[in-house]
Design a protein around this ligand. Structure first.
Ligand code: GLA
Length: 742
């Protein structure tokens, strides 16, 4: 039993192995939040003393005591236009002019299993089958608007999922201008907020700042979850570090506009409200209609940021990603993009395939440029038939020849977009989003197809399904290369235009659900100009996402480390590319590029013909090494190491669940003259076991080259004493060590 109801006290307590979450059905039916933190089955009402706070009004029925105000009490889901002046969860207006809601408890229900959502991805009970759902129904008497608060409890994951189902139970039409997934009031403590901001080719860079008075917003109103602000934030104590301290993560399972707001109020209480971005949101609810918000994943630990990350990793792998590929070894791939860009023909692709095969690559991915008259990137998106000048035997012919070489075949598509210069646009100019009477903004020569329209979503599904039915395609890279602007749908009635951005995402999810169900064996990799849509919503369908268009391994250290706070390495698309790097111009050792790409799905994105004989030998060695460690990367526990040495190196470790095997990697980013010893403590090992440093790979060079690492050490020695590494020398050298118990 992970959900307890204490009738007399009006308490509902959600329990996971190490955390507890509690709410109280309070006076007058207000649903109050009493606790979220370490596991403890106390009655936490004693924490919240009533007190008269000047200018914070009291509910009418409780006004005599003046001690109870919605403005000061922690709540589960805040209303608006009442006495709580802090961030609302709902902003609404009813046809009779009534603004806001005053939500009161009606009833609750405890159910077995996780809760699904209408048209939206949601976490499921994993292999252990353990999940329970609490549903609490609240109602606003004035408008009849009902809100069912949903809580999924995953006891062994230390994760609680939340969402709200809003139903118009009244007689007037209601417009929702905001409908948050959840609110979390943290009434005590001193908090830092870590968010993951960035830009194209520099995504998910962590920034940690103290939460200060007032409101802070982390949001995307770009139509997709975005390179700029990932829908994931962590709140932690000022003292929390990688290995200890309290922290709580909030991850929105959604790929569209999102907004997480933090408000530190007059009482020192922190409120976090998270959900769909509201700038372009207005949802009309007719009487009887209902609206589901996206799901928010909540996780708490008192064991530091590393533990919090691992909780999210396990949850995403075990309870969110539906693809059968999630737990499977992924093929090592060669992608044609940085090898040839748009300039290729069949002969070049076959040459790539032949040499890839010789090197041990398992899958050839044909990226952009294979369709329509796509010789430049200003045309042909939407015309998903092969370019016969480049591929004279069509896709079928090419795939046959590639498979004859002994490789699997993967294909790039960007089906949500259309070029102005395309047959699709000429036939259906109204399919692109654009405001009548205004020229639409063009992004990377593309326009956005209106996926809110079922006939366009159907076309998209049929187009991709057709490609997959007619061709033995093993892998799809599903790209999306521009932000959404000019929100106007040629088919929505005026009063529903404000629903477009969300309806687009619902259309996208419906297509992805149909495709992944019909083609479970196809490995899908998400992509949006690299990692612009790296979010839990997409991961529910695609087990991996191209992490960034930046393939420079040193830039990738920051990008991948930032990504690792919330997302597992099994989801991180990472490739070895040419040096100097095409995005940064930086030169790095070949082995370092591989060591960094091995913290992800691993593959290559270069022309093997440009490699030296020695580099080719090196590729073979890298691939065979990766085969020996890929299970660790995909399923192991991820540890970030050496936080104090950030400016000198980046290091990390994957450890198998049984702690028998571990892969340690360190990349030196800042060589020093006369350097201090390079020392790092390992983590996550069994102190009692003895580990053989079974394989060590250096990339770049060693200063003298004759320093030896010990052969066998106890887990205790490696974690408490650490490892002193030989002096690495030169530009961006690295070391990988595979440890195995004796
Ligand atoms: C995006 C992707 C790249 C590549 C190009 C092709 O930028 O992130 O990997 O597929 O599109 O146009």
């Amino acid at each position: 039993m992970s959900i307890l109801f204490q009738r007399e006290q009006g308490l509902l307590t959600l329990l996971t192995d190490h955390t507890a979450y509690q709410m109280q059905i309070g006076p007058e039916g207000y649903l109050l939040h009493t606790y979220y933190g370490r596991a403890c089955a106390e009655d936490f009402r004693y924490l919240h003393l009533e007190r008269d706070c000047g200018f914070s009004p009291n509910p009418y029925a409780l006004s005599a005591s003046r001690g109870f105000s919605l403005d000061t009490m922690p709540q589960e889901y805040s209303g608006s236009n009442g006495a709580d002046f802090r961030l609302p969860c709902i902003l609404s207006e009813s046809d009779d002019g009534v603004l806001g809601v005053d939500l009161r408890y009606v009833r609750h229900e405890i159910r077995k299993g996780a809760f699904p959502l209408k048209g939206l991805p949601a976490a499921f009970a994993g292999e252990d089958g353990e999940a329970e759902t609490l549903s609490v129904l609240l109602r606003d008497a004035a408008t009849g608007l009902e809100t069912e608060l949903l809580y999924g409890v995953f006891p062994h994951r230390d994760v609680i999922t939340r969402a709200a189902r809003i139903r118009n139970g009244g007689e007037k039409t209601v417009r929702l201008r905001k409908a948050a997934s959840a609110c979390l009031d943290l009434p005590f403590g001193t908090w830092d907020c870590i968010d993951f901001h960035g830009r194209h080719a520099m995504e998910r860079l962590p920034e940690r700042v103290p939460v200060s008075n007032g409101i802070r917003t982390i949001a995307s109103e770009r139509g997709y979850s975005s390179h700029q602000h990932n829908p994931f934030v962590i709140l932690c104590d000022h003292e929390t570090n990688e290995d200890q301290g309290e922290c709580c993560g909030l991850m929105l399972c959604y790929s569209g506009n999102h907004r997480t707001e933090l408000e530190l109020d007059q009482t020192g209480s922190l409120r976090i409200v998270s959900g769909i971005g509201e700038r372009f949101f207005c949802w009309t609810l007719e009487p009887g209609a209902s609206f589901d918000t996206p799901q928010l994943l909540l996780s708490f630990t008192s064991d530091g940021l590393g533990a919090l990350s691992r909780q999210f990793h396990r949850f995403i792998r075990g309870n969110l990603c539906r693809s059968p590929w999630t737990g499977r070894k992924r093929p090592v791939l060669l992608n044609s993009w940085e090898a040839a860009y748009l300039t290729f023909d069949e002969a070049l692709l076959l040459r790539l395939a032949k040499s890839a095969k010789q090197l041990g690559v398992e899958l050839l991915v044909l990226d952009d440029g294979w369709f329509g008259d796509r010789d430049e990137d200003n045309r042909a998106l939407g015309d998903w038939t092969p370019n016969l000048r480049k591929l004279p035997d069509g896709l079928g012919g090419l795939i046959r020849k590639i498979k004859d070489e002994g490789l699997k075949f993967g294909l790039w598509i960007e089906p949500e977009m259309v070029s102005e210069n395309s047959d699709l646009y000429r036939a259906h100019p109204d399919w692109a989003l654009r405001v009548p009477g205004r020229q639409p903004a063009i992004g990377r020569n593309q326009m956005v197809l209106d996926l809110s329209r079922p006939e366009i979503a159907d076309w998209l599904y049929e187009t991709v399904a057709g490609l997959l039915r007619e061709n033995p395609i093993d892998y799809i890279k599903w790209d999306m290369n521009r932000a959404m602007t000019d929100l106007y749908s040629a088919s929505l009635p005026a009063e529903h235009q404000g629903e477009l951005a969300h309806r687009y995402i619902l259309g996208l999810y419906s297509v992805l659900a149909r495709l992944t169900e019909e083609f479970p064996e196809v490995l899908f990799e998400g992509c949006a100009g690299g990692g612009g849509r790296f979010d839990a919503g997409m991961l529910a369908f695609h087990p991996q996402v191209w992490c960034s268009d930046n393939t420079d391994p040193i830039a990738r250290l920051r990008i991948q480390e930032g990504t690792s706070y919330g997302y597992p390495a099994s989801a991180v698309g990472a490739h070895v590319s040419a040096s100097p790097n095409h995005q940064t111009g930086r030169s790095t050792p070949f082995g370092t590029r591989a060591a960094v790409a091995m913290a992800g799905t691993f593959g290559y994105e270069l022309d093997p013909a440009k490699l030296s004989e020695e580099e080719r030998r090196e590729v073979r060695r890298q691939i065979s090494f990766f085969h020996r460690v890929e299970d660790l990367v995909r399923e192991g526990d991820h540890y970030r190491l050496g936080a104090m040495e950030k400016e000198r190196f980046t290091a990390w470790q994957f450890v198998s669940e049984d702690r028998e095997k571990s892969l340690f990697t360190l990349v030196l980013t800042e060589p020093e003259g006369n350097p201090r010893p390079l020392h790092v403590r390992l983590k996550g090992l069994d102190p009692e076991k003895r580990y053989r440093l079974a394989e060590t790979e250096y990339a770049g060079c060693l200063y003298r080259g004759d320093e030896k690492l010990p052969e066998v050490l106890s887990g205790a020695a490696l974690m408490y004493g650490g490892l002193t590494l030989p002096r690495l020398y030169g530009d961006y050298p690295s070391v990988q060590i595979l440890l195995k118990t004796e």
